[in-house]
Design a protein around this ligand. Structure first.
Ligand code: HEC
Length: 140
């Protein structure tokens, strides 16, 4: 094979360029990784700062009540769902039942665990919400 005199310098040039490009790419990549890591830690710090003091945030009874929908139906009304409805349940009955579940005074398969997630005030807020929901018809 006949060697062209201009080949070796050209190859060297290509090699140098690809080395340079590779170096730049590595530098850019590490910068990006660092920037992303920094953004993440800033976000984490911000999240920690906003959640850390955790004052007793007033959560609406309605918002909490939506977590019951999977089993008790949307707005505590039953369609084809398997469990008992909560809509229009008298507030006092609701509160007593929930606290009995929470304190294991009333036997349950699931509700003991569910009720443990709520304070007295939160149970009261949900009670007021469900009591206002008519058993059928529109949202109050
Ligand atoms: C994973 C399904 C599930 C979820 C979610 C759930 N429940 Fe229940 N609930 C049940 C079951 C099952 C019972 C029957 C008691 C038992 O076995 O735990 C029940 C019973 C009750 C009763 C008694 C009803 C009656 O007529 O005696 C109340 C009140 C109640 N739940 C309120 C709630 C509230 C409020 C929420 C939301 C914070 C909720 N439940 C979320 C499954 C659930």
């Amino acid at each position: 094979m006949k060697h062209n005199a201009s080949t070796p310098p050209a190859t060297a040039k290509v090699l140098l360029w690809s080395l340079l490009v590779a170096l730049l790419a590595t530098a850019a990549a590490s910068l990006t990784v660092r920037a992303v890591a920094q953004t993440r830690s800033t976000a984490a710090a911000t999240a920690a700062a906003t959640t850390a003091p955790s004052p007793p945030t007033p959560v609406s009874g309605e918002a909490m009540a939506h977590t019951c929908a999977a089993c008790h139906g949307t707005l505590g009304r039953l369609g084809d769902e398997a469990f008992m409805p909560l809509a229009a349940m008298p507030a006092r009955q609701f509160v007593t039942t929930m606290i009995d579940f929470r304190e294991s005074r009333r036997p349950s398969t699931l509700m003991g665990h569910v009720a443990q997630g709520f304070s007295d005030a939160e149970i009261q807020a949900m009670a007021e919400f469900f009591a206002r929901v008519p058993a059928t018809g529109d949202k109050p």
